[in-house]
Design a protein around this ligand. Structure first.
Ligand code: SF4
Length: 327
């Protein structure tokens, strides 16, 4: 491991100042991604600014929605009574990620900053445009079973690893930040970036900009929602395909729908067009299958990951059936 300086901040303003004044400084919250990557020599910050003393650990419930402080642990988020009742998709997604020990340490803001599990990125030596821009992408012609089929580019096909973020995308959450230029509110759909020609840029954050909260808008029909995750083993594993689903059904007809996919895309993937397929339809197999087909219509397979397209379709249909039932 490379030597680094360790600082503590007890206000957001102090943390932003410390990180923004050093090009190779990074925020440290739960450390469940960053410290792993430092041990692997994939990340080598010169300064770590520990923000765990910054008071951002509250979940505040209001008429207009819920504000989740960036340092709320994944465990506290998943088991919060309001989250379980009003946004079950978020509770389920959070509990499907990692292990209990990791969820106790991992923060809400940190979950948004998770980095890919692409083996070539994490091995520290393979050509990888994300780790070392311009070096190539070993996954394109390599073993790409876990890689993305949606949102890819000829520079990078890595999947986004988060479960929690898939639920946030379905819920239209807003990311609140504080940076050297002041405060911002970033819609979650714009927070994560497609790889395009710059896969090393993963989020809309500027250097020194810190996540302070995630806001969940009031969405009454999210009480009828579900997260389904399919993976190689039952626990402590990343998704091969996952679906976050919420439906509003009145008089036997789907009035509103939220669909998002995980494990198959380079960012948490909202399926807007597939949602439109469901509006006005009866909650039944035909509509669910049509929506799933639409959601995957632009999918592009590589040598070892073609199975994910059918798997994602079936995952979405099953999640929709769980939430909407069959007429
Ligand atoms: Fe790197 Fe992306 Fe290629 Fe993986 S898929 S090797 S992260 S450029």
């Amino acid at each position: 491991m490379n030597p680094f300086a360790y600082l503590r901040a007890d206000t957001a303003a102090a943390a932003v100042k410390q990180v923004s004044s050093e090009a190779r400084a990074a925020f440290l919250a739960g450390g469940t991604t960053l410290l792993d990557l430092m041990k692997l020599n994939v990340e080598a910050p010169a300064v770590l600014v520990d923000i765990n003393a910054v008071p951002l650990t509250k979940i505040e419930v209001a008429e207009t929605g819920v504000r989740v402080g960036a340092l709320v642990s994944n465990t506290d988020l998943a088991y919060h009574e309001t989250i379980r009742q009003r946004y079950p998709v978020l509770s389920e997604a959070t509990l499907s990620g990692a292990s209990p020990q990791l969820r106790n340490m991992a923060s809400t803001g940190g979950n948004l900053m998770q980095r890919t599990r692409c083996y070539y990125f994490r091995d520290g030596v393979s050509p990888c445009n994300k780790r070392q821009p311009g070096s190539g992408c070993a996954a394109l012609e390599g073993f790409n079973r876990i890689h993305a089929v949606l949102g890819t580019s000829d520079q990078c096909i890595a999947t986004h690893p988060s479960d929690l973020c898939v639920a946030l995308v379905a819920l239209d959450a807003v990311v609140k930040t504080r940076g050297p230029k002041g405060e911002r509110a970033i819609p979650i759909a714009e927070f994560h970036l497609l790889p395009g020609a710059t896969p090393e840029r993963e989020t809309a954050l500027e250097h020194g900009e810190m996540i302070t909260a995630v806001e969940l808008p009031n969405l009454p029909f999210a009480a009828r929602s579900h997260y389904l995750k399919v993976r190689d083993r039952a626990s402590y594993e990343f998704a091969l395909a996952s679906a976050a689903v919420a439906l509003e059904i009145k008089d036997g007809v789907i009035r509103a729908a939220r669909l998002a996919l995980g494990g198959v895309a380079t960012k948490p993937w909202r399926a807007f067009e597939a949602e439109k397929v469901l509006i006005g339809a009866k909650p039944a197999e035909a509509a669910y299958s049509a929506a799933a087909k639409e959601a995957l219509k632009d999918a592009k397979a590589r040598k070892f990951n073609a199975f994910k397209i059918e798997l994602a379709r079936r995952t979405l249909v099953r999640a929709l059936t769980t939430v909407g039932g069959m007429t």
